[in-house]
Design a binder for this molecule. Sequence first.
Ligand SMILES: *Cc1c(COP(=O)(O)O)cnc(C)c1O
Length: 402
Amino acid sequence: MPTESFHAPQPDYRSGLETDLIHAGTMRSQHGETSEGLYLTSGYIYETAEQAEARFKGEQSGFIYSRFANPTVAMFEARMCALEGAEMARATASGMAAVTSTMLCQLSAGDHVVAAKALFGSCRYVIEDLLPRFGIAMTLVDGTDLDQWAAAMRPNTKVLFLESPTNPTLDVIDIAGVAKIATSGGARLVVDNVFATPMHQRPLALGAHIVVYSATKHIDGQGRCLGGVVLGSEEFIMGSLHNFLRQTGPSISPFNAWVMLKGLETLALRVARHVESAGILASYLYNLEGIERVLYPGHASHPQHNLAMSQMGSGGPMVAFEVKGGKAGAFKFANALGTIQISNNLGDAKSLITHPATTTHQRLSEDARAELGITDGLLRLSVGLEEVGDLVRDIDAGLAAI
Ligand SMILES: *Cc1c(COP(=O)(O)O)cnc(C)c1O
């Protein structure tokens, strides 16, 4: 039986990745169920008082309490390890619980963090507003400029943080380059890998030390459940993260972990379709008169196109573009869509469009938005699994409305 310090088996995940997405980490009960068991339990029964004592002392393996570990959650963590090539993983209640716990479990007052400016709104809050309240200094850099990362390093720099492609402007950051700077400075690089998806980018193989996900996105893939996961070395998980999670409690529900396990089974198929449709829509948008600017890493015009191809091998599942007419133009476009829905979520089977300037990034000052290229006409599209011809027709309808 796995314990709360469950150590995932390490299959050769590149051969048979899609097989691992379906089978890795499965622990069948005595009933021999085909689908993974949903252990909807908060606690566990001990046969004797002596057994309870031995479990708490760590002398006997086994589950203690679902804030610490749960069999369904352990299966999800093990399957994620196989996918990512990580020694260990811990699942959390949401992507933000994964990011916040990853930071707080290893940082103390007096430490310093370097992060890319272009971050998911809540990640930027954690780095820019939350950490400084606890005496943790931070420097924000242009993530695409390796010299800025190197110049920001201090003797007390402990963590570097980035996401690539960035939200919402889809800049691509050189993960191997930043990882080298982190390692030579004695710091750890944390990569938020949501926008690339685990199918297209493997930060640990590129030298990053820790990977975090919002499993809410492509891992669930059907917009049902919140969840997060943190992956890294046994040294980091057992040395820093495990006890932090166990004592502070941002645990994922076993039900949500079970949904994520089911999501992983179809991840490869779904992401392939998301990426294929995103490429088709991006090419279509590039040829349209009414579109001011298209941001898609898979297109040759993207400033980091070559890096995107070597790092992700694809343009990814997200497309951003700017329409004419600023905020009014963007709102007219979004309101005229039929199949594509207006939502700030992403990674769903349903295509979802967001106006970052008034939603996910409205908290930033106008100057901060301008610096990041988040203009009033910018829209971010999470390309879904619908018939791509219907999405093309939607784009035509949006443009006709402006
Ligand atoms: C959604 C998202 C998060 C936060 O995840 P939640 O599951 O919503 O808490 C963090 N980073 C990125 C890049 C995201 O897209």
